[in-house]
Ligand binder design. Structure first.
Ligand code: UFG
Length: 329
């Protein structure tokens, strides 16, 4: 299959590209490099620099390359930033995706897998969260992702395109070779922030809230290895290629770890004491987010196998200790 990966220079995108290359698929990457890193794109894939808002760019690409399916990662994904700059999120995640869909429909490209998020649920009613549970986002990021899902739904009914929406829980870890990993600027996610302490880039890690209704008072999240996420995208493309119907899947391990447990595991993995400072709650953080991924396991045959927190943090540490500042350094 010839697969176009939009946003293939980003964190989850680049890990998916690597897994696709390893699986022997033909991969074409397009990325505007606004947050992605060209160093993360394997040399053997065809690369186009361009933006999904640019209809002429997409049209030329679909004319030049035969594409069987698209995997779409080209979106902004920071919850906090989305609250401060909601229109940036509406513009990229919705307006950009609208242009992409127009071009796909015009060029007869009829299969797409795209990134959605646990943030579509907002404050969950049940744990573990099922795909059929209420979706009520509490920030513009989740709101734009839910609206994207709906745009795909209505477009699929009108134009016969089929899609898979993958709702990620907490993506983390790095490829086990240590060649690529997480590289956000500025960093805002728990595990890379913790690892900045043993890397000498921060003195301590802040624990956002210690009075949640959880066993140790800190928030519980479902941490899922980026390589397992990447695998799910490949299975989702195959699912569509086999003629199956559009659908939505949660991707998580189904196991929750508290912030304190994550810090403790990082201490074990790195051998560093990693001082923690108890701080105020961060606005908008639900106490618990844990996925039921039964549907992805049953329907897609997904089998996340890097599910130990220790392995996840070891792989992340292997990446961060060798790239403490920026990508490739
Ligand atoms: N946290 C800290 N200290 C920090 C950073 C984070 O205690 O310095 C806590 C947060 O409060 C949260 C947990 O660590 O309880 C995880 O925080 P992250 O920022 O790493 O991840 P989130 O759970 O906020 O975000 C994730 C995904 C989003 C997705 C969201 C769904 O990264 O894309 O889950 O709510 F939208």
């Amino acid at each position: 299959m010839r697969i176009l990966v939009l946003g293939g220079a980003g964190y989850i995108g680049s890990h998916t590209v690597l897994q696709l290359v390893r699986a022997g698929e033909e991969v074409i990457v397009a990325d505007n490099l606004s947050t992605g890193h060209i160093e993360a794109v394997p040399k053997e894939v065809i690369f186009y620099k361009g933006d999904i808002h640019d209809k002429a760019f997409l049209d030329d690409l679909f004319k030049a390359e035969h594409i069987d399916a698209v995997i779409h990662f080209a979106a902004f994904s920071l919850v906090g930033e989305s609250v401060v700059k909601p229109l940036k999120y509406y513009d990229n995640n919705l307006c950009g995706t609208k242009v992409l869909l127009e071009s796909m429909v015009e060029h007869g490209v009829d299969k797409i897998v795209f990134s959605s998020t646990a943030a579509t649920y907002g404050e969950p009613e049940n744990i573990p969260i099922l795909e059929t549970d209420r979706t009520l986002p509490t920030n513009p990021y989740g709101e734009t992702k839910l609206a994207m899902e709906k745009m795909f739904y209505w477009t699929s009914l009108a134009h016969g395109l089929r899609y898979v929406s993958l709702r990620y829980f907490n993506a983390c870890g790095a490829d086990s070779t240590g060649s690529i990993g997480e590289a956000h600027d500025p960093e805002s996610h728990l595990i890379p922030l913790i690892l900045q302490v043993p890397n000498g880039r921060r003195e301590s890690i802040a624990i956002f809230g210690t009075d949640y209704d959880t066993p140790d008072g800190t928030c519980i999240r479902d941490y899922i290895h980026v390589t397992d996420l990447a695998q799910a995208h490949i299975l989702a493309v195959k699912y569509l290629a086999n003629g199956n119907a559009s659908d939505v899947f949660n991707l998580g391990n189904g196991v929750g770890y508290s912030v304190r447990e994550v810090i403790e595991t990082a201490r074990k993995v790195t051998g560093h004491p990693i001082p923690a400072v108890e701080s105020e709650r961060r606005a908008g953080d639900p106490a618990r987010l844990v996925a039921s991924s039964e549907k992805a396991r049953k329907v897609l045959g997904w089998n996340p196998c890097h599910d130990s927190l220790e392995e996840i943090i070891s792989d992340a540490w292997n990446w961060h200790k060798n790239h403490p500042n920026v990508f490739g350094k």
